[in-house]
Design a protein around this ligand. Structure first.
Ligand code: 9MR
Length: 359
């Protein structure tokens, strides 16, 4: 089949499948996929939401906690470590045969106030604390957490360079990143260790800064094993640019995780409340366009990242009811594969069909 025939067949089958939605149980994403399919979910509401659990168990074989495994949850006060919730997450994922992905060890936005305060007074302490925190945490869940976002969002929101206003950078300099990887690796040599960031699929200055660090780590034997592309993209994020950055990242030989996928119609300036409402309602034409964009993303992933490096695709919340986008950017958008009523959208079928296609 040539490319336009494939597209035609895809659109017709997506349309037909959408028309018969809800009549029968939809096909399971994880069953048709060669690589793990995951979603982030906030654990407490999730544990009290039976319909959501049913869908989660049907489609996903990888789980990422929405916020429950971040530092402000684990160590909200000095010398305190709360493990109970993570233990429950471990039990849930084990019972349901799902991979548990750890998000995230070091993230400027998830650093509790007391750590910032203490680091300012006693800079030497921060390195000791980071080592203790990572090693306690990673060794406690050794063999239970499959992979970790060791450092999240260490580069500037836009353009080149490290995120210099982070307390970690300000106190320890850029070496905090490699130290975090070394500490995590010492605690669990089998865990898959990721550097994770946003906009790296489209902002090539930011991407190049990250690649420079990653390649330097590889040359010097810093134990990095993967790159996480959060992949919070927009309908107009060019496929060619996504393909270019994924290919270059895959050339490192590292695992590649699309770690927080969603696709919006509107736009924003990356800041809290910074949404720009361009579309007020979701039309059928927009639904079909989104199905196509989800399918193209899967195709790009499968064709640019070699099989052995496909760590998986994870949605950042997979339904329009719970998505972070609307809350965070103060927008009304529809970025997910399931809608507000927890029903599959054309985007779901676009994604599903693309997983099933041969490339
Ligand atoms: O969606 C997450 C939200 O529920 C949390 O309150 C917030 C702070 O912990 O983090 C959100 O998740 C972010 C993720 O950890 C990193 N990339 C951006 C995500 C959306 O802000």
């Amino acid at each position: 089949m040539n490319k336009s025939t494939v597209l035609f067949v895809f659109l017709i089958s997506t349309f037909l499948l959408t028309a018969q939605t809800q009549q029968t149980e939809v096909e399971s994403l994880k069953k048709v996929s060669d690589f793990p399919i995951g979603s982030s979910l906030r654990f407490i509401p999730f544990m009290n939401d039976a319909p959501l659990q049913k869908i989660q168990q049907h489609h996903f074989n990888s789980y990422t906690a929405g916020s429950d495994m971040k530092m402000y949850q684990i160590s909200p006060r000095p010398n305190v470590y709360y493990w109970d919730r993570v233990d429950s997450i471990v039990s849930y994922t084990k019972k349901n045969n799902q991979r548990l992905f750890g998000h995230t060890l070091i993230w400027h936005s998830a650093t509790p106030w007391w750590v910032e305060k203490k680091a300012k007074k006693d800079p030497v302490w921060l390195d000791k604390f980071m080592k203790e925190y990572i090693q306690k945490y990673v060794s406690r869940y050794k063999g239970k957490v499959h992979g970790w976002d060791v450092v999240n969002e260490g580069f500037n929101t836009k353009g080149a360079g490290y995120r210099t206003e982070s307390i970690w950078y300000k106190t320890m300099g850029e070496t905090y990143i490699e130290k975090a990887f070394r500490y995590a690796h010492e605690a669990d040599p089998d865990a898959v260790l990721f550097y994770n960031d946003f906009n790296i699929e489209r902002d090539t200055l930011k991407f190049n800064s990250m690649m420079k660090m990653v390649e330097d780590f590889q040359r010097r034997g810093v134990p990095i094993s993967g790159i996480g592309f959060q992949m919070h993209i927009r309908m107009d994020t060019p496929n060619e640019v996504i393909a270019h950055t994924l290919k270059r990242a895959a050339d490192t030989g590292l695992q590649i995780h699309l770690s927080e996928v969603d696709i919006i119609f509107n736009t924003h300036d990356d800041s809290k409340g910074g949404g720009v409402q361009l579309y007020n309602e979701l039309t059928d034409a927009m639904r079909m366009d989104q199905a196509k964009k989800y399918a193209e993303l899967v195709e790009i992933y499968q064709t640019t990242v070699p099989k052995a490096q496909q760590y998986g695709i994870t949605f950042w919340g997979f339904n329009d009811r719970d998505t972070w986008i609307n809350r965070f950017f103060k927008l009304k958008d529809w970025p997910c594969i399931y809608d507000e009523n927890l029903k599959p959208k054309p985007a779901f079928y676009g994604f599903l069909n693309a997983l099933k296609a041969d490339y």
